[in-house]
Design a protein around this ligand. Sequence first.
Ligand code: HEM
Length: 256
Amino acid sequence: MAKQIKLSACDIKEKYHTLIENPEMLDYGIYLQCDKLLDCQKPIKDLATADEMQFQIVHQVEELWMKLICFTLVDIIGYMALQKHHRVITLFSRVNKLQRLMTDQLDVLETMSPKEYQQIRLQLGNGSGQESPGFKILVQMPEDIWSTFHEHYLENGKISVEQIYDEDYTHDHKYAVAEALTEFDEQLQLFRTRHLFLIHRSIGLGSKSLKGRPVELLQKGAAKRFFPALWDVRNAMTDKWGGEYGKVRASISGKS
Ligand code: HEM
């Protein structure tokens, strides 16, 4: 029996780093263009710290999800105009799952120590998430989604959001699509809120470079509602329904 040569940790590292950087391309890899995809990260020898690999990959994966979200939203707008409600709901469900993935994936970056992030930060130049190509397109899209909803579901203002949610409520397709829009808005803002905590945890929100404008802008961004009418209707309903019973409701137990 051939004697097995035991590789040292150093040899193992070299072996796998070489394999990782020169993967074998069969049909699967060729179809998915894995050669290009896996060449989008810094060469291992140039990484500022081992954590830089995950930093780049998480950001790149997020860009890919945003590309798919924006592409799907274009289809959604088309199906809204065609009144293909089931397709609209199914595709919004896909978008909402992708948005959840985007938010969950921010967790990965919290395995990076604040010190290692400082070392990576020095590599970024003036780069900032505000320049994210995917996000810049994504935040433009709610305006077009809303104008399509207004034209085809609110019939250019002939039907009000209040009618759909309260006065003429039947849980119909208009309501289901409106709730899909609300979910989209909520998930977008949950991403922004979660991202604020990521910053808090990695570089702090009170550092000199962030104090003032950048943090205020991020907080303002996270508080924004893209479809305010869909949120306001809930306030209006609570005021209206509460109004019938008075501002202080009768206690059920008789104790409070
Ligand atoms: C440790 C990780 C991260 C840190 C420390 C960080 C930090 C920051 C900071 C400080 C800003 C404000 C702009 C500025 O002043 O530069 C920002 C904006 C932004 N970042 Fe990050 N970020 C991180 C990860 C991510 C990831 C993974 C994404 C994924 C897409 C991302 C997307 C964005 C976006 C879209 C903005 C603009 C936000 C808005 O307009 O609401 N960031 N980030």
